[in-house]
Design a protein around this ligand. Structure first.
Ligand code: SF4
Length: 353
């Protein structure tokens, strides 16, 4: 770790972000599930649509995306896939900012989402007006925001980043002597600051799922499974990140299960990711990192309740009715695209280098 002296958590009052209750739904009988999948496949063909699912959605939705020639990916790759694919309608199984990002990068296409109420605590804790006013009070800082933000917040930023590119980009800015205003995830911001030594003023938002992982209980689990590699998403608290063998984006963690020789893995991210990990590395044992501890509540189950709103029933309904369309004002989309494009250009220079 480099420098811890120039990281400051912004003193702002965050709005509450309360996830919906985790409904315990009886799983659908196989015949009903198969019938729903057939309806969705038919509607995808008829509507010239492609299904893109995030790694945190339910396994059935992910499997259907792959079976129908769509993709299972992180938010940025979903948007990129949508741009490359010839379909005129993109169906985004994920949360609202993902639908918006797809629309921003594919303004001429129709973007549908199974449930428009599916949001993200990071997005909810960073309302555009509050964030913009805060940026105005710190004009000497470059504004770097994480992808988990609204179109308005992206439009206010100089740079948008994903967890995969946050480190090299902040390092690049720090090397140029830039001071940074970072939002909205406090844990990812702190992680990046420690590794880069950048001067960062950090918005104090957090992911309600990753924030629940507990360092003490993880230490105990590691002792019980000495052969396990610990894989951690950097939206997790510092004490959890500090115990990781690999810290990285969803894509990087999936890759680690596939490539590392360990027979077991302790995984600190949404357990929806296990679907993909099991397929790529069927012989490996996957354990959920402990969350919640004594304060455990329904947010401590390592599964995002908003992601869970993407059900097969809702997918069929939006495709058949044409409802659930994500709309982003063209002028706003144009402004939000600028910092996203900067990130994509920066990523391209990294690849070349
Ligand atoms: S898992 Fe966390 S970061 Fe991802 S959508 Fe849910 S609340 Fe947002």
């Amino acid at each position: 770790m480099k420098n811890e002296a120039v990281s400051v958590l912004a003193d702002v009052e965050l709005p509450l972000a309360v996830p919906p209750p985790h409904l315990v739904r009886p799983s659908l009988p196989e015949r009903e599930k198969a019938a729903l999948k057939e309806r969705i496949k038919k509607a995808l063909r008829e509507k010239d649509a492609v299904l893109m699912a995030h790694y945190y959605t339910d396994g059935d939705v992910q499997d259907l995306a792959e079976e129908t020639g769509g993709c299972v990916a992180d938010s940025l790759e979903m948007a990129r896939f949508g741009a490359r694919h010839p379909a005129r309608t993109l169906v985004v199984a994920g949360v609202r900012f993902m639908g918006e990002t797809s629309k921003i990068l594919n303004i001429e296409k129709r973007v549908l989402m199974p449930d428009m109420q599916a949001t993200c605590s990071l997005d909810e804790m960073c309302p555009a007006l509050l964030f913009s006013g805060f940026c105005d009070r710190h004009p000497d800082r470059r504004v770097v925001v994480y992808a988990n933000t609204s179109a308005e917040v992206k439009a206010r930023a100089d740079w948008v980043v994903t967890s995969g590119i946050a480190l090299p980009l902040v390092q690049h800015l720090a090397d140029q002597g830039e001071k940074i205003l970072w939002g909205p995830d406090r844990h990812l911001g702190t992680y990046v600051q420690h590794l880069t030594g950048a001067d960062m003023l950090i918005w104090p938002g957090f992911c309600v799922v990753h924030n629940e992982f507990r360092a003490g209980a993880l230490e105990t689990l590691r002792r019980l499974h000495p052969q396990a590699a610990v894989l951690v998403h950097p939206e997790s608290p510092q004490g959890v990140v500090a115990q990781a063998d690999v810290v990285g984006s969803t894509t990087a963690l999936i890759e680690a299960v596939h490539t590392l020789p360990n027979p077991e893995f302790i995984v600190a991210t949404d357990n929806g990711i296990f679907n993909k990990m099991r397929k790529l590395a069927p012989g490996k044992i996957l354990l959920e990192a402990p969350s919640g501890g004594d304060t455990a509540d329904c947010e401590s189950c390592a599964h995002c309740a908003w992601m869970g709103m993407n059900t097969l029933e809702k997918l069929a309904a939006v495709l058949e009715s044409g409802g659930g369309e994500i709309l982003v004002d063209k002028e706003l989309a144009g402004r939000a695209r600028v910092p996203i494009q900067r990130m994509l250009d920066f990523a391209a220079t990294l690849k070349k280098g």
